[in-house]
Design a binder for this molecule. Structure first.
Ligand code: FDA
Length: 396
């Protein structure tokens, strides 16, 4: 045997798993297809890495089995993540909504930390090593990988597949975990891009494109969920945190409700203005609430050039409806090229919730994004990657 375990994929989950296994005195070999470990960590959070969220619970995750991650989240908590990084000099700074980033440091520091710990504990990271095949033996596994143009073979009693999800193919994302799972009869929950910008086409396209670069704080909702954050207009549609969040709950053909003025009531604001100065133009009132560009764009739907005192009852109702229940029907999403994560993945029913060991293939573990656990935007996905890595390491 070449090691106690082989880990395929030196991303967030694989790296943390190697380190935690090292703490327990277990030797692992990490095989990474890319020329460096932690490529997605490096680009995460705009290069700053939003490595956890202070308020992470199972409520901010999408899965066909919502309770599955409870065990992992009990074994490895947000406090454990914070404590782990603090031990090695990375303290957290909350940006917004519980999102924790390294204080005065960036994503590189996180990857360097894992590299350093792996080196100190003699956990090998082999880069430019793409795993091509896995053979399940009576006892353990043979893993064949390509490095240069040569094929190498490794044997170990335990195997961890932490090859991530499908987003950003140009960074080398693969469907390795899904393909392997399918080949061995494991169920897959249908996958789709998540935390992804949405596109608008057709006759509305130009209206949205003209607003490109403008952001509006709003509440986006459908019958499943609602999010209050910024919506950003782009020349092809919609982006920004509110849109990325709801995209994970959006299905093609559905509309999204946009409340363009959460926490305030536009009818009341107009009534108040009317009582003071009925000559105020609706556009002047809107300019206090939105950018000029957005007010201009609203003129397509609303009588912005009218004095508030002259608005009819029907117009008032229509204004209320447009501001508080603006309907958007995206044409599609920007796909895996622009998605932050993948929705769906290996069905959790195939795995032990305590150790993430595959029930049908003892000794094999899946961790991180390849499993049907998808977090919201805001550090939740890394929290899952660290937690899944920890529980696997305990079982190796
Ligand atoms: P990850 O993708 O990190 O690692 C998988 C590794 O396996 C890769 O290095 C890949 O090269 C390797 N691999 C694949 N096939 C292989 C094979 N056959 N052989 C060998 N190696 C193979 N989340 C968050 O919580 N906070 C944030 O700030 C962000 N920001 C962010 C920005 C952007 C642009 C993206 C795309 C994503 C994020 N995320 C995020 C999501 C986060 O990056 C993601 O959830 C984790 O990286 C998932 O960790 P994994 O270890 O599962 O996969």
């Amino acid at each position: 045997m070449d090691a106690d375990a082989i880990i395929i994929g030196a991303g967030a989950c694989g790296l943390m798993c190697a380190v935690q296994a090292g703490f327990l005195g277990k030797k692992v070999i990490l095989l990474e297809k890319a020329n460096q470990p932690g490529a997605k960590i490096l680009i995460s959070g705009g290069g700053r890495c939003n490595y956890t969220n202070l308020y992470a619970t199972e409520e901010q995750f999408i899965s066909a089995n919502k309770h599955f991650l409870k065990s992992a989240f009990t074994q490895w908590t947000v406090e454990d993540t914070i404590g782990f990084f603090e031990t090695y000099g990375i303290t957290g700074q909350e940006k917004t909504l519980g999102q924790l980033f390294p204080e005065n440091k960036n994503a590189k520091a996180i990857v360097e930390l894992f590299r350093g710990l792996c080196q100190d504990m003699d956990q090998q990271i082999r880069c430019n090593a793409e795993v091509k095949e896995i053979h399940i033996l009576e006892e353990g596994f043979t893993v064949s990988y390509e490095k240069g143009s040569k094929i190498f073979h490794l044997h170990a009693p335990k195997l961890v597949i932490a090859t991530g999800g499908l987003p950003i193919p140009k960074m080398g994302a693969t469907d390795f975990a899904l393909r392997f799972a399918r080949m061995h009869g494991l169920n897959i929950i249908e996958t789709a891009p998540a935390l992804v910008p949405l596109t608008i086409t057709g006759k509305e396209e130009e209206w949205y494109a003209r607003l490109s670069g403008n952001a509006v704080f709003c509440e986006l909702s459908n019958d499943r969920i609602s999010f209050e954050e910024n919506l950003l207009f782009t020349h092809w549609g919609l982006s920004g945190p509110a849109v990325l969040q709801i995209s994970s709950y959006w299905r093609k053909g559905e509309s999204i409700n946009v409340n363009l003025l959460p926490h305030q009531n536009i009818s009341e604001l107009i009534e108040k203005e009317r009582a003071g100065n009925g000559k105020t133009l609706l556009s002047s009132l809107f300019n206090r609430l939105y950018t000029r560009k957005f007010t201009e764009a609203l003129s397509k739907y609303l009588p912005v050039d009218k004095p508030v005192g002259a608005l009819t009852k029907i117009e008032m109702e229509y204004i209320h409806q447009t501001i508080h229940l603006f309907k958007v029907k995206p044409a599609g999403d920007k796909g895996y090229d622009k998605a932050e994560v993948m929705r769906g993945g290996i069905d959790t029913r195939e795995l032990s919730s305590k150790t993430l060991e595959c029930k049908k293939i003892p000794g094999l573990y899946f961790g991180g994004e390849c499993i049907d656990i998808t977090g919201w935007l805001g550090g939740y996905n890394f929290q899952w990657a660290w937690a899944s890595a920890f529980v696997i390491a305990q079982a190796l």
